[in-house]
Ligand binder design. Sequence first.
Ligand code: ATP
Length: 282
Amino acid sequence: MSSSDAPLSVDILRPSAMGPIADVDPRDTPGFDGGKSAGKAIRKARGEVLADLQERLYAHGRSGDPRSVLLVLQGMDTSGKGGIVRHVMGMVDPQGVSHASFGKPTDEELAHHFLWRIRKKVPAAGQIGVFDRSHYEDVLVVRVHELVPHDVWASRYDTITEFERELVRTETTVVKVFLHISHDEQRDRLARRLDRPDKYWKYNPGDVDERRYWSAYQEAYQAVLDRTDIDEAPWFVVPADHKWFARLAVTEILIEALSHLDLRWPAPDLDVDVEKKRLAES
Ligand code: ATP
């Protein structure tokens, strides 16, 4: 399988193609007409393509190429961000992946600009960085709960796009994924956590309180898509009630992003024939 054998075209997941999120069915599987078992099998096969591209990126990084990739994952509680990290990023060499999750800011972080903690975690050359939540929380939870005055969070959309343009200028490819689940699916996922002793640890009573703000969060997500979907750092709306589809879609989004980097294996900076001879004689 090569990077061009894509099982779905990720362009149809752009917000402009998907339309308002209120009209998107989270159970949908846009662009893919196979079911769960086909989707899982294809993702595993595509994992090899992803792993090959990631290794090339890593090799370039080791050869002085500054390029990196940043995957931003956003979504409501239980939307499957952790599963993407395990099942999609789990298909590539962990040496080439840097992972950062952004929870409630510490007092120290709050004393700084909201991008302070984010800048510290942008991926190094050759790495695929994954943000599990991100700077977008500063216009999501912060907006929904009015944690700062309106004019402060309202000015952040432009600050964020400027920040992301700066990342792109310094050779970081930025792709952003909104994992879109339904209110009912979230209830089922939370209920499953209460049914299984091995999942109790994941259950957070605060998640139930947050469900009361569901529509405010949907509005905040729509505003994010309206204000920060730029071609340099695109958003993708991924229906996520089917975990297998979300994982397949994110695999394809990463393959597409890496393919654009045209990653041939870096040329050796040594004389291969001389080294072969030296080795044979050693
Ligand atoms: P998750 O819900 O992502 O699986 P979790 O339940 O383990 O993770 P944490 O990672 O500790 O929780 O924190 C996530 C919480 O932190 C979310 O409720 C999120 O809204 C909140 N959070 C993240 N960034 C901010 C921010 N800038 N200001 C306030 N709250 C934030």
